[in-house]
Design a protein around this ligand. Structure first.
Ligand code: TLP
Length: 350
């Protein structure tokens, strides 16, 4: 059996999800008449402590709409240099919102208010003004890193004092909650809007949520329609989403333990570099360049052993743990990684 650690997006819906999907009560969601979607939106609002929430097909659409709601064309959006909104969303902030990203590199992807403050611009003869601050929690390419609660509060207080809004890409905010031992509501309380994904660590086949004020979400609903996200009998999807939201946050501790287990074992493999103390959630990024292989070569060799792991650049690879790979699967993946690394070291010496 293939062990797929490329992402937590690869999980298959559970039997309970499939049953709930088959039995879902549905209606036309564009008319607001799908009871299952309405229930999911209400629960997402409760869980995030926001006035309203919107079911969207993807995290990309949630972020795209979140940015659009807060900005005007010709503004800048401050984000971290490795942010998903900047690097993996097909320039949607430019394409749809007419905004330019103002990226700031930060250790582990975690921005601080002083870093952000020094990049805020007012409208000037040469400058586009800052329209929005975007933070990613957990930070994907930072290695699943978690924003401390105080840092989020400080960023939001500072931004709000300057009349700026904050959008959180909380695709994996439930992982952040698990790592902090906090409720999602506490984490997102200071931000104006948050996107979170049902289809990542929580394991739903499709779907993300955007949450915020009633007023912002009423506008968000129209943007969703413009983007082609009016999904009609979407209750069949929302039914799986409800299970993800209610039942799956408690599975995340196991994913985090597996990630730590993998990180500690990887650190002992010659040719591989990782600092296990930096692995906080379900994402680990490790350097394979010491094995004398590019990440593409490493991936190809792993694939021949039945293990799927992708590179994120020429030197580093990313593992994301999830509920479809248990501890035994992790051990098997480690054996394959060890073999590939050892083979490469031997090959390079010969
Ligand atoms: N991330 C995917 C890839 O796009 C990289 C992954 O495998 O991790 N925000 C964050 C932080 C994300 O990690 C992702 C997906 C998204 C937004 C977008 O979600 P989707 O794929 O639903 O549009």
């Amino acid at each position: 059996m293939t062990i797929d650690l490329r992402s937590d997006t690869v999980t298959k819906p559970t039997a309970a999800m499939r049953r709930a999907m088959a039995e879902a009560d549905v209606g036309d969601d564009v008319y607001g008449e799908d009871p299952t979607v309405n229930r999911l939106e209400q629960r997402a609002a409760e869980v995030t402590g926001k006035e309203a929430a919107l079911f969207v097909p993807t995290g990309t659409m949630g972020n795209t709409i979140g940015i659009k709601v807060h900005t005007k064309h010709g503004q800048e959006v401050i984000c971290e240099a490795r942010a998903h909104v900047l690097n993996y969303e097909l320039a949607m902030m430019a394409w749809f919102s007419g905004c330019l990203a103002r990226p700031i590199p930060a250790d582990g992807g975690i921005l601080s208010w002083p870093q952000i403050k020094s990049e805020i611009r007012l409208l000037g003869p040469h400058w586009a003004p800052t329209g929005l601050i975007e933070i990613e929690n957990t930070h994907n390419m930072g290695g699943g890193t978690v924003y401390p609660l105080d840092t989020i509060r400080e960023i939001c207080d500072g931004a709000h004092e300057m009349g700026l809004k904050v959008h959180m890409d909380g695709a994996r905010v439930f992982n952040a909650a698990q790592a902090l031992g906090a409720r999602v509501q506490e984490i997102v309380a200071p931000v104006d809007t948050v996107t979170f994904c049902l289809s990542k660590a929580l394991g739903a086949p499709v779907g993300s949520m955007l949450a915020g004020t009633r007023e912002d979400l009423a506008r968000a609903r129209l943007y969703r329609k413009r983007l082609g996200g009016g999904m009609r009998q979407a209750g069949v999807l929302a039914a799986a989403g409800l299970i993800a939201l209610e039942d799956h946050p408690r599975l995340l501790a196991r994913d985090h333990a597996n990630a730590r287990f993998l990180a500690e074992a990887l650190a002992k493999i010659p040719g591989i570099k990782i600092d296990p103390s930096k692995v906080e959630t379900n994402i680990l990024i490790f350097d394979v360049s010491g094995a004398g292989l590019t990440t593409t070569e490493f991936s190809t060799r792993l694939k021949s052993q039945g293990v799927l792991i992708n590179g994120i650049n020429g030197r580093e690879m990313r593992i994301v743990t999830h509920y479809d790979v248990d501890r035994a699967g992790c051990v098997q993946a480690l054996e394959a990684i060890e073999q590939v690394a050892a083979g490469a070291v031997a090959g390079a010496k010969a």
